[in-house]
Ligand binder design. Structure first.
Ligand code: NAD
Ligand code: TYD
Length: 336
């Protein structure tokens, strides 16, 4: 079996590629990643010489390049993770989000269809459901109500994917996961930003009152779920994936400060994010019931291991934060 993973040089994509290579000895992986600021070949340095792995530097919105690749190397399945993924960046400009997340998904769906790719998995987010009040959970039938340019672009991609099932009976599945954490997460997201700032004795910017709630899942639990859905999910269906693990941002800041032996005074309240969604929480009963998936990494162990990973991989995030990694890849591969 050969699988195309898009966005495999990013945070979740790199975990997925490594997981497949380590757990599925018969599977070959083609990683399609255009290497934006968020992609980093270092994330997969340990597998780059594996004969079952290849990276092609192609954008998912580049129809010609994608179709040529699929002509040369047919695949059985596509797992689409390539995306612009940071809400704060989408508030600055939504344009790259539309190009990659919306147009890129449509280009991939059409390429999959014309090449007879057997299954297409669209990796989406709980953010497409919008914001919850203090109670309740998002189920797969909750209405889509995205509030940021990022989540609106992901909701659009979900709708395009579901439309391909309705119109063409294309074998597609959509997954919607809650917030991920773990090694190799780009240090612009909450947990890696706070941990790396802590290691540099820099302040932790906590947005607004710090009481926004997210449902956190370790990235390894997410990629295991993605593989189970690819193997055993039903065509045309949506599967929520979540950790049943809600925390306010302030609770996370306190937990990280405790783990790192830092005073709470490192936490500095700053202006709130525009349109900041108050609460996300996932009902993951469907994937538990139908596919037997459940999270395996506990929050306390996962958070402790994540802090340790950033402490032990200082070079990885220092090169990102200083921008020297971009300079290096610009020299090696041209404009990024
Ligand atoms: P990331 O930003 O770390 O990685 C994105 C990757 O996509 C990078 O390697 C980048 O180079 C690549 N990419 C961007 N534009 C591309 C393009 N046009 N063509 C090819 N490659 C391109 O993102 P992530 O956090 O790993 O998220 C992966 C996917 O999972 C995204 O679709 C995201 O919406 C979804 N998701 C993320 C989370 C989370 O908490 N991080 C939660 C739920 C769902
Ligand atoms: P983030 O990691 O950007 O993920 P998302 O917006 O996709 O949920 O943010 C997680 C939460 O942390 C969100 O409520 C915003 C908040 N946050 C801060 O308080 N300070 C920060 O510096 C960042 C990046 C996020």
């Amino acid at each position: 079996m050969r699988v195309m993973v898009t966005g495999g040089l990013g945070f979740i994509g790199s975990h997925l590629v490594r997981w497949i290579l380590n757990h599925q000895p018969e599977v070959e992986v083609i990683n399609v990643d255009s290497l934006t600021y968020a992609g980093n070949p270092e994330n997969l340095a340990d597998v780059k010489d594996n004969p079952r792995y290849r990276w092609r530097r192609i954008s998912v919105s580049d129809s010609l390049a994608l179709n040529t690749l699929l002509d040369e190397s047919p695949v059985d399945a596509i797992m689409n993770l390539a995306a612009e993924s940071h809400v704060d960046r989408s508030i600055q400009s939504g344009v790259p989000f539309m190009e990659t997340n919306v147009l890129g998904t449509q280009v991939l769906l059409e390429a999959a269809r014309s090449h007879g790719v057997k299954r297409f998995l669209q990796v989406s987010t709980d953010e497409v459901y919008g914001s919850l009040g203090p109670d309740g959970l998002f189920s797969e039938t909750s209405p889509l109500a995205p509030n940021s340019p990022y989540s609106a672009s992901k909701a659009s991609a979900d709708l395009l994917t579901l439309a391909a099932f309705h119109t063409y009976r294309q074998d597609i599945i959509v997954t919607r996961c809650s917030n991920n954490y773990g090694p190799y997460q780009f240090p612009e997201k909450l947990i890696p930003l706070f941990v790396t700032n802590g290691l540099e004795q820099k302040p932790w910017p906590l947005y607004g009152d710090g009481l926004n709630v997210r449902d956190w899942l370790h990235v390894e639990d997410h990629v295991r779920a993605l593989w189970m859905v690819l193997q055993s999910g039903s065509p045309g269906e949506v599967y929520n994936i979540g950790g049943n693990n809600e925390h306010t941002n302030r609770e996370i800041a306190h937990a990280l400060a405790d783990l790192m032996g830092l005073p709470y005074s490192i936490i500095v309240p700053v202006a709130d994010r525009l349109g900041h969604d108050r609460r996300y929480a996932i009902d993951a009963n469907k994937i538990r019931r139908e596919l037997g998936w459940q999270p395996e990494v506990s929050w306390s162990q996962g958070l402790q291991d994540t802090v340790a990973w950033y402490r032990d991989h200082r070079g990885w995030w220092e090169r990102i934060k200083s921008g020297t990694y971009l300079q290096y890849y610009r020299n090696q591969y041209g404009v990024l």
